[in-house]
Design a protein around this ligand. Structure first.
Ligand code: MTE
Length: 330
């Protein structure tokens, strides 16, 4: 399997002295965990004034938004730059999706032509000091985007390996200042049957699609708000323009096309937990020894280069992210 650009560790792609200097600079700018592949440095990181006088993280209000045509490719976070499996081919990942707003089949790409991910707004609401409705470009352009390779595990026992681009949800939460009474984050997707035929066909489903996390889960290092995939903006079938990714949980927790992020006191009712509570719990962490009521979760069908041939792999506890999240459930 040839290496793809995002799999090359920076140590190999860049002269060591340059690499070490760059890391030093990033630490000074408050970005110590983010490594860069040559040629992927956003302009704002290269301003000479930044090099001489590293600034602490500014409030998002004080930042100038970077325009969307400069978002990709984002720097690769070296902590998530390799995996124990090859990445799934981009074409395959885009042909096999779950997005019930459009269809209950996997061929979501056939039903998306009426959907427009731009213009788009995201409302930050509920128990926060700074409730506000953001234009998506204005919000995302102020965040530090990074690329991470994550395992992606569906509750249906198939899996992929995907390079996502986004920003940690914690970075946004720190900015909007939730009140101490906020215990959960409730996230909502769009409702518009005129562009989403699945919402029209299945009025019995509890639309809109809602998901939720505890505050500890939402601020976990792994939790990403995602705008891109394979080094470019998300296509509609993957959840444009903004989706959630929580790689230690089953994929249905990662709601697509978010319109609202709300801070609440009570555990929110979620789409799948409302539709089939005996099959889909609120937590829904990947746990090989906890079977779905209708099938085993001990192994998974890993999809990489073809939809018809696949590799069977043992399921990993918390999808292999035990070191990051086990303490949350101890
Ligand atoms: N988000 C919305 N709004 N609607 C959906 O039907 N499906 C979920 C999740 N997010 C879904 C959603 C499920 S079941 C999975 S496995 C993942 O999206 C699939 O993400 P992918 O198509 O990018 O692989």
């Amino acid at each position: 399997m040839p290496r793809r650009k995002w799999e090359i560790p920076e140590r190999e792609a860049t002269d060591e002295a340059v690499y070490l200097n760059r890391r030093k600079f990033l630490r000074g700018a408050g970005l110590g965990t983010i490594g860069l592949i040559s040629g992927c440095i956003p302009d704002r990181l290269l301003q000479p004034t930044d090099l001489l006088d590293p600034k602490p993280f500014l409030g998002i209000e004080d930042r100038e938004p970077i325009p969307p045509d400069q978002w990709y490719p984002a720097p690769v976070n070296p902590d998530f730059s390799t995996l124990d499996r090859p990445l799934t081919d981009e074409e395959i990942a885009g042909l096999y999706n779950n997005f019930y707003e459009f269809t209950t089949t996997k061929e979501v790409w056939k039903y998306i032509d009426k959907f427009e991910p731009s213009p788009w707004t995201v409302e930050i609401a509920g128990l926060v000091n700074e409730p506000r409705t953001w234009d998506i470009d204005d919000l995302v352009g102020r965040m530090d985007l990074e690329e991470r390779l994550y395992r992606h595990r569906c509750v249906e026992a198939w899996s992929m390996a995907i390079p996502w681009t986004g920003f940690p949800m914690k970075a946004l939460i720190d900015q909007v200042e939730p009140l101490s009474s906020a215990r959960f984050v409730r996230m909502t997707s769009f409702f518009n049957p005129s562009v989403a035929p699945g919402q029209w066909d299945r009025p019995d489903f509890p639309w809109p699609y809602v998901e939720g996390l505890s505050m500890a889960e939402a601020t976990n290092e792994l939790t990403l708000l995602v705008t891109g995939i394979y080094g470019h903006a998300l296509p509609t079938q993957h959840g444009a323009p903004l989706r959630l990714v929580t790689p230690w949980k089953y994929g249905f927790k990662g709601l697509k096309s978010i319109v609202r992020i709300e801070f609440v006191e009570e555990q929110p009712a979620t789409f799948w937990n409302t539709e089939a509570p005996h099959e889909y719990g609120f937590l829904s962490n990947v746990e090989p020894e906890v079977p779905h009521p209708r099938w085993s979760q001990a192994s998974e069908r890993f999809i990489s280069t073809s939809l018809s041939s696949f590799e069977r792999r043992d399921t990993l506890l918390y999808n292999g992210y035990e070191e990051y999240v086990a303490h949350l459930y101890a």
